[in-house]
Design a protein around this ligand. Structure first.
Ligand code: F2R
Ligand code: MG
Ligand code: MG
Length: 314
């Protein structure tokens, strides 16, 4: 179980760092950078806003032994390093929070008052998924409230809740080792539960397009599920990247290969896959390349272990 917590958080950071150098690129450009061969050598190891915000979520859950919205909003502001590459809506909300606006109100002011449906709330939600993996009502409530701090649009919040729920299912799954047939049945069960969890029609329609008995081409995946910054064009894509593959490496490499928003689709796929396969399934070469400064890979691992300790002490 502890390796599933560390797997989810480190997996998210590794997926982010693998996708970061090709963010905004087409899938053709991604293949020219990483090659077609399947080696997938990590280029820089520097993570982006996805991981910086995910760290804030984990720090807050540990410090408060659970969810505290005000504390989380303060940590997002305190941790903010613009060089990590934040979305414009989130930047504006962080500025408003730093000027004293309340965590419930600040996010409602962006995009002409509609709030953001970007994937910024989903990309950081892995700690909520592992921490509340055994309490799905609370998981949904916390995913929504943690989104509200920066993403008040219903689609931004639903995307975060769906991603958190998939991480929770991954924590609970994959324990049998499993023959191919068993793994297939487990994935069918997960997809069925995900469809039952989602209430919003936009996400429902996306999940209906996922077929486990047919491997879509990359062009079909991009066309049908999306590869962009909106939550509804990236969360289902990350889920699909996990469901269609049989290892952490293949899942994250597939996610990044789609281009568009690969740091974020990579981070979300890495969180689900790390929670499912555990930390030991993350390629060593990727982990060793992941940055290891003040809040780098050893810090993220310790944070995940502390989160696990808090969880089992409750
Ligand atoms: N921002 C980036 N990458 C580009 C810059 C990186 C560059 N290398 C650098 O260093 O500067 N990546 C990060 O942003 C995405 C997450 O975005 P988030 O936090 O959701 O931001 P935002 O701005 O709220 O939403 C993203 C876009 O979605 C569209 N959008 C959202 N809500 C909308 C609405 N109500 N109406 C219309 N459009 C809406 C907008 O285009 C937003 O800009 C991740 O990729 C992360 O890695
Ligand atoms: Mg990013
Ligand atoms: Mg991104």
């Amino acid at each position: 179980m502890k390796r599933k917590f560390t797997g989810a958080l480190l997996g998210s950071a590794v997926g982010d760092a693998l996708g970061a150098p090709v963010e905004g690129c087409s899938r053709q450009k991604v293949s020219s950078v990483y090659g077609e061969g399947g080696e997938w050598k990590m280029i820089s190891g520097r993570y982006t806003d996805d991981t910086e915000m995910m760290i804030g979520v984990a720090e807050s859950l540990v410090a408060n032994r659970g969810f505290n919205a005000e504390d989380l909003a303060r940590r997002f502001v305190a941790n903010y390093d613009p060089s990590r590459g934040y979305g414009p809506g989130t930047k504006e909300v962080l500025r408003r929070l730093s000027e004293g606006e309340s965590w419930e109100e600040a996010s409602k002011k962006v995009f002409g008052g509609a709030g953001s449906y970007g994937n910024g709330a989903a990309m950081r939600v892995a700690p909520v998924g592992v921490f509340y993996c055994d309490d799905l009502a609370r998981l949904k409530e916390v995913a929504y409230k943690s989104s509200q701090i920066t993403h008040s649009h219903e689609l931004g919040k639903e995307g975060a809740a769906l991603q958190a729920f998939c991480v929770a299912l991954a924590v609970r799954g994959g324990r049998g080792g499993g023959r191919v047939g068993e793994r297939r049945r487990e994935r069918e069960g997960m997809l069925h539960e995900l469809k039952g969890f989602v209430k919003n029609a936009v996400f429902r329609e996306k999940l209906e397009k996922i077929e486990l008995d047919k491997a879509k081409t990359r062009d079909e995946v991009v066309r049908e599920l999306g590869n962009g910054e909106a939550a509804f064009n990236s969360v289902p894509t990350a889920i699909y990247s996990f469901l269609r593959t049989e290892s952490f490496k293949d899942a994250v490499a597939f996610a990044v290969s789609l281009g568009g928003d690969p740091d974020t689709i990579g981070a979300m796929t890495g969180a689900i896959s790390g929670a499912y396969y555990g930390e030991t399934a993350i390629p060593k070469a990727w982990l060793e390349k992941l940055e290891d400064g003040r809040k780098g890979r050893r810090y993220i691992k310790r944070l995940a272990e502390e989160l696990y300790r808090v969880k089992i002490s409750l």
